[in-house]
Design a protein around this ligand. Structure first.
Ligand code: PCG
Length: 149
C-alpha cells in the first residue's frame, strides 16, 4: 500500500482545523499510520523545503512553519499520494477547487493550512525526515474488506 506524508501547518492547528482534516482522510478510507504534534526544528524545515531554499518566499515560509506546532501525519491507502494531493487542492488556495481542503479553508498562498507530498518519491523522503520506522504503526482497519475490490 502507498503511504504519504501530510502536515497541518501552524495556521491550520491554530484555527482548529486538524480534526476536520483528519476526518476527511478517515472518511475517504485512508488509514492513519503515524501522527505527532511538534514544533519543528529549523534543520527539518530546511530539509523539508530544500527545493525552495533559494526562493524569495523561503525566509517567510520558514518563519511561518516554525511559528507554532504542526500536526504531522502519515496516511496509507491505494494511491494515497495522488488521492491526498487532490483532497488538499492547489498550492494557491485562490485556485484550489471548492471541496478541497485549501479550497474550503484558506485564501493566501503564504497561509495554505496543509502540506502533502507531491510524488511517491517525495513521500518516502519527507516521511523519512520526520518519522522513524518504529513510529509508524501497521494494522488493519476493520472496513478494509469493503473499501477495496
Ligand atoms: P507546500 O507546503 O505545499 O509546499 C511549498 C510551500 O511553499 C507551499 O505549500 C507554500 O506554503 C509555500 N509557497 C509556495 N509558493 C509560494 C509563494 O509564491 N509565496 C509564498 N509566500 N509561499 C509560497
Amino acid at each position: 500500500m502507498d503511504r504519504t506524508f501530510v502536515m497541518v501547518k501552524p495556521d491550520g492547528v491554530q484555527r482548529g482545523l486538524a480534526g476536520e482534516i483528519i476526518s476527511r482522510f478517515e472518511a475517504k478510507g485512508l488509514k492513519l499510520v503515524g501522527a505527532k504534534l511538534e514544533l519543528l526544528p529549523e534543520e527539518r524545515v530546511v530539509e523539508q523545503y530544500r527545493e525552495h531554499l533559494e526562493k524569495p518566499f523561503f525566509p517567510g515560509l520558514k518563519a511561518y512553519i516554525m511559528s507554532g506546532p504542526c500536526f504531522l501525519m502519515v496516511w496509507e491507502g491505494k494511491g494515497a499520494v495522488a488521492v491526498v494531493r487532490r483532497m488538499v487542492g492547489a498550492t494557491n488556495p485562490a485556485e484550489a477547487a471548492p471541496g478541497s481542503i485549501r479550497g474550503d479553508f484558506a485564501l493566501d498562498i503564504g497561509r495554505n493550512v496543509i502540506h502533502a507530498s507531491d510524488s511517491p518519491e517525495s513521500a518516502v523522503r519527507e516521511l523519512g525526515i520526520h518519522f522513524e520506522a518504529e513510529d509508524l504503526v501497521g494494522y488493519s482497519r476493520i472496513d478494509e474488506p469493503v473499501l477495496y475490490e
